[in-house]
Design a protein around this ligand. Structure first.
Ligand code: A2P
Length: 335
């Protein structure tokens, strides 16, 4: 089988490091790999598959090399500047930032949900927001069957979603030191504020969940609202998802659909204290679903508790799964 050349942009960050781990674990057919960061970390050594590599400083000539796929996670500004440069040189960019997600020319992909959208790419494929990914993995099989009318998202998001600086704020906060990344102390606290506030009173994170869910599910007018909250947890986002369907559903069938869907593990035995937990999802690639119950306040409503590792399925694993699909398509085309 043909092997491919990869680059990781932001290789020294939280998601960048997870890219490396997941690429190794899933054993992608990689020939050469390049690791890039800012000048701050250039020169650092990274081990990949028992070989040592030196981190290079990202610059405008970084993509003059023979690179097939570049995984970006160095922030929106870096993606805005360098992803088009990479794409113009024939590299397929899988971008973890929000820079291109809502661009109609850029597919926004969760492989379990809309992998065929990958084929529409013009050089850039966007990886959705972490909280959106786990939500749509859980909702897709139910939407296909019962057609979603309205969603209410409430999230409980880990500090790793804010990168190294987020992790440090919780670590230091637990020792009584003041925050540097978040607007308030995160230790022993819940902050209903992720990303910036917009004119409509929502945060950008909330609007990302709303708009990205619509784009991924190909449902541009789906009614969705969201409240996103940062909680003092290092790894894994938890979400309460309340969903109303157009059609009636049967709870046993809902469980069966979720159990049979790729990427989902149902953990739902509340009498024995079994439900998805952040500490359980951490380090795993699946989306865990539990607390499955009817919302008795509306005609066809359902409540779910959905947990996933935000750095893995919410970022690195999803991006690597996109790369795997891409390679699968290339192999089919005989590239
Ligand atoms: P660096 O280690 O040189 O700062 P996180 O959000 O987890 O902190 O990670 C951010 C990642 O993006 C890091 O790898 C960081 O590299 C990288 N990065 C930040 N600014 C730039 C830049 N101007 N050019 C290239 N990479 C950058």
């Amino acid at each position: 089988m043909r092997k491919y050349n990869f680059a990781i942009i932001g290789a020294t960050g939280v998601v960048g490091r997870a890219f490396i781990k997941v690429l190794e674990e899933r054993n992608l057919p990689i020939d050469n790999i390049y690791f890039m960061s800012s000048a701050r970390s250039a020169g650092q050594k990274i081990e990949f598959k028992n070989k040592e590599y030196t981190v290079e400083e990202l610059n405008e000539n970084s993509f003059d090399k023979d690179i097939d796929v570049a995984l970006f996670s160095a922030g929106g500004d870096i993606s805005l500047k360098y992803a088009p440069i990479a794409a113009s040189k024939g590299v397929i960019v899988i971008d973890n930032s929000s820079a291109f997600r809502m661009d109609p020319e850029v597919p926004l992909v969760v492989p379990e949900v809309n992998s065929e959208d990958i084929l529409l790419n013009k050089g850039i494929i966007a990886n959705p927001n972490c909280s959106t990914i786990q939500a749509v993995v859980a909702l897709k099989p139910l939407h296909d069957k019962y057609s979603i009318k309205r969603i209410v998202y409430s999230t409980y998001q880990a500090v790793s979603g804010a990168g190294m600086a987020g992790l440090k704020d919780l670590e230091e906060g637990l020792k009584g030191n003041p925050p540097k990344k978040f607007p308030h102390q995160i230790a022993n606290n819940c902050i209903p504020h992720i990303d910036v506030f917009l004119d409509n009173g929502y945060t950008k994170e909330e609007m990302k969940m709303i708009k990205e869910t619509r784009k991924i599910l190909h449902a541009p007018s789906m009614a969705i609202t969201a409240t996103t909250v940062r909680v003092p947890v290092f790894e894994s986002h938890s979400e309460s998802i309340n969903v109303e369907f157009e059609k009636d559903f049967n709870l046993a069938e809902v469980r069966m659909l979720l159990t049979d869907s790729p990427g989902i593990i149902v953990m739902d035995d509340p009498k024995n204290n079994v439900y998805p937990l952040a500490i359980y999802a951490a380090g795993k690639d699946d989306t865990f679903v539990g607390r499955i119950r009817r919302d008795e306040s509306v005609k066809s409503g359902l409540n779910l508790w959905v947990v996933a590792d935000n750095v893995r399925k919410g970022a690195a694993t999803n991006a690597v799964q996109i790369a795997e699909k891409l390679i699968e398509y290339w192999n089919k085309e005989g590239n």
